[in-house]
Design a protein around this ligand. Structure first.
Ligand code: PMP
Length: 351
């Protein structure tokens, strides 16, 4: 069992049973006398793992496997910044800029076509989610980042449009009930709510693949990976096994419906302390606050050392804000237990 209250923004806390089973598999995978790290990815045992993980991802997102494909690809969410544009940016795409991850997606997409920034919250250092914006009718897709890991903001509602939606859900996938079928493509680095670093989950509406126009090298082409059932090249075996265990854990708990309630409870507990304790101040616009990454600062800088010491004594780790943003950030991903948040709140009360 891990013993710290780990508020890291990712890689992050995973359920203890996932750590235990994953570590057992390193020594002896399913009593096979082999480690998970030395079995062939073409072995029956691993094919069962990847198929279970792909199936569970769609099941938990409530997406029909006849209409959607789930892939576990290398290169993290960052490779998806370019892959989505390589495949789907034929002429012009629209992007909503809600922070550094959106900006990185924009930068990569510019290699492939024209971009229009539909809306941005840069004017207030990304502390809110833009709301009133018009979506042009001549764009190939609209890209957004559902949860802004660094700034602690989150889309509560998504644009209603016939334009295909592509969403980077790296830091809130599977954390709340939304209609995932509204999206043509969803991608997420695995190292928060899916599993461990080393793979990214990509979910694509099959119908959307018809929009691909250009010639694309095999590894960058979604059709290649779909055709080869996410095994075109050697997949990240251990990361996918860990993802499978973690998705099974979520399903056994009661899926997204259940975890959403837990996540709301954790976030409410912490935000209500931030709002009632005069020594703390939240940094995100209240109505746009993220359930996953809670960002805040101290109102009196002189308390910093004391607060940091109290956190350390309480076994709280990784509460520091992103290096570009400062302050504090408590990441409350699915596997972080309520009692860890209670411990943090107790420390805040004792300041
Ligand atoms: N998008 C978001 C919203 C993120 O939070 C992150 C990483 N924290 C990324 C993209 C980049 O993910 P990766 O490191 O897997 O490329």
């Amino acid at each position: 069992m891990t013993t710290k209250h780990n508020f890291c923004a990712g890689p992050c806390k995973l359920p203890d049973e996932v750590f235990r089973k994953a570590s057992e598999s390193l020594v002896d995978f399913n009593n096979s006398g082999l480690s998970i790290l030395e079995i062939s990815h073409r072995s029956e045992a691993f094919i069962e793992v990847i198929e279970t993980a792909r199936g569970l991802a769609l099941e938990l997102l409530e997406l029909n496997p006849n209409d959607y494909s789930a892939l576990f690809l290398h290169g993290g969410a960052s490779t998806q910044f370019l892959m989505v544009a390589y495949n789907f940016l034929n002429k012009k795409a629209g992007y909503i800029n809600t922070g550094c991850w959106s900006e990185k997606a924009i930068k990569e997409a510019k290699f492939f076509g024209e971009l229009t920034e539909i809306a941005s919250s840069k004017d207030k250092n990304f502390n809110y989610i833009p709301k009133d914006f018009e979506i042009p009718s001549d764009i190939d897709y609209l890209h957004l980042t559902s949860n802004n890991t660094i700034y602690g903001t989150q889309f509560k509602e998504f644009p209603k449009t016939d334009i295909p939606l592509i969403c980077d859900m790296s830091s809130d996938i599977l954390s709340r009930k939304i209609d995932y079928s509204k999206f043509s493509l969803i991608y997420s680095g695995a190292q928060k709510n899916i599993g461990t670093a080393g793979t990214a989950l990509v979910v694509i509406k099959k119908e959307f693949l018809k929009k691909i126009e250009r010639e694309i090298p095999s590894m960058m082409n979604y059709k290649t990976h779909i055709k080869h059932e996410s095994m075109f090249n050697t997949p990240p075996v251990f990361a996918i096994y860990t993802a499978m265990l973690n998705l099974q854990w979520l399903k056994n708990l009661g899926g997204v419906n259940f975890i959403e309630k837990v996540n709301q409870k954790k976030a409410e507990l912490l935000y209500s302390e931030i709002d009632s304790n005069p020594f703390f101040k939240g940094t995100a616009n209240k109505q746009d606050r993220s359930l996953m990454n809670v960002t805040f600062t101290l109102t009196e800088q002189k308390l910093e050392q004391k607060f940091n010491d109290l956190c350390q004594q309480a076994n709280i780790v990784a509460l520091k804000g992103h290096r570009t943003f400062g302050g504090y950030r408590a990441s409350l991903y699915n596997a972080l237990p309520l009692h860890s948040v209670q411990t943090l709140v107790d420390v805040m009360k004792s300041l």
